[in-house]
Design a protein around this ligand. Structure first.
Ligand SMILES: Nc1ncnc2c1ncn2[C@@H]1O[C@H](COP(=O)(O)OP(=O)(O)OP(=O)(O)O)[C@@H](O)[C@H]1O
Ligand SMILES: [Mg+2]
Length: 277
């Protein structure tokens, strides 16, 4: 699918084993990454971490510490923001995502994005899910598209609730929780390898939240999921590993239990204890 030009393998840090204990190559590797929004706005500083298929990695930390900024680096969402400067290296399956010969739309297809506020397109449920496959030319016939739309809606546990109104307008006909599951179905529609979720349950109720969390646990089987959350309980429930950001730096990353039971930095300990946020 991609021109797999060899990316340099970072050799200045130890290999991190997969959170499951298996040895595996990381799906993504972030090395010495810095980001400036403007010369005086140095939002990310010297960030390095790996992301593995089959895991949920949670980004936590105080407001403004760079969690969303980091998430948007992963699928090159900053390309459209004027003035942003990024240095360092990000690879997906060992390919530099900033390589000049890489086609950004092809790259983005490998990522699904779920925002805090459900943001379905103001069109039908069908069109929300069919849009990505259509623009990428993934389906060869209407029948194939119909089967794919159904599969994505089933994966998002929404099919039974919407199968009789696929052509109704998504925004007006669905509850907030249903809209968020539709956005997840849409995010899955290009069969991404990485799901990026920025506070995906930040604006839905506890029952809808549980459905989304259950869904995340299922979906990680064949993907990597990065989730930004302000809920420590949620991070504990869903994440395999947790990354703690503080003032633009990644202070700590590790297995969820270790991070919560024995954080290494004072900042992380105080944040998790609710001292600041
Ligand atoms: N488009 C932008 N232009 C300039 N500065 C920005 C921009 N977006 C974010 N920032 C700044 O970058 C820093 C990190 O912001 P970011 O949104 O990544 O934080 P966050 O950890 O996601 O916070 P929150 O938990 O409140 O969502 C903040 O100081 C923020 O003001
Ligand atoms: Mg944010």
């Amino acid at each position: 699918m991609f021109d797999l030009t060899e990316a340099p393998t970072p050799s200045d840090r130890p290999t991190i084993t997969h959170p499951s204990g298996r040895n595996a190559d990381p799906l993504m590797r972030i090395t010495h990454l810095d980001l400036w929004y403007a010369p005086e706005a140095h939002a990310l500083q010297d960030i390095s971490f790996d992301l593995f298929a089959g895991e949920i990695l949670a980004f936590i930390g105080p407001s403004g510490c760079g969690k969303s900024t980091m998430l948007k680096v992963l699928n090159r969402m900053h390309d459209d923001t004027r003035g942003v400067l990024i240095t360092g290296n990000v690879t997906l399956e060992e390919q530099d995502i900033h390589a000049a010969d890489l086609d950004p739309p092809l790259l983005r297809r490998r990522f699904g994005w779920v925002a805090q506020k459900p943001n379905p397109f103001p069109s039908s449920i069908w069109d929300n899910v069919a849009y990505g496959p259509r623009i990428h030319g993934l389906m060869r016939s209407r029948a194939e598209m119909a089967a794919h739309v159904e599969q994505c809606l089933r994966q998002a546990h929404l099919w039974d609730e919407v199968k009789d109104r696929l052509h109704d307008t998504a925004g007006t006909e669905l509850s907030g929780g249903q809209q968020q599951r539709l956005c997840i179905a849409r995010a899955l529609s290009t069969q991404p390898d990485v799901l990026l979720m920025d506070e995906p349950t930040g604006s839905i109720d506890p029952i809808a939240t549980q459905k989304v969390e259950d869904l995340m646990a299922e979906l990680k089987a064949d993907k990597a999921i990065v989730v930004v959350t302000h809920s420590m309980m949620q991070a504990r429930r869903v994440a395999d590993r947790v990354a703690y950001f503080h003032l633009g730096r990644l202070l700590e990353i590790g297995p969820t239990d270790r991070m919560f039971d024995a954080p290494e930095s004072d900042e992380a300990r105080r944040f998790m204890a609710g001292d600041f946020g």
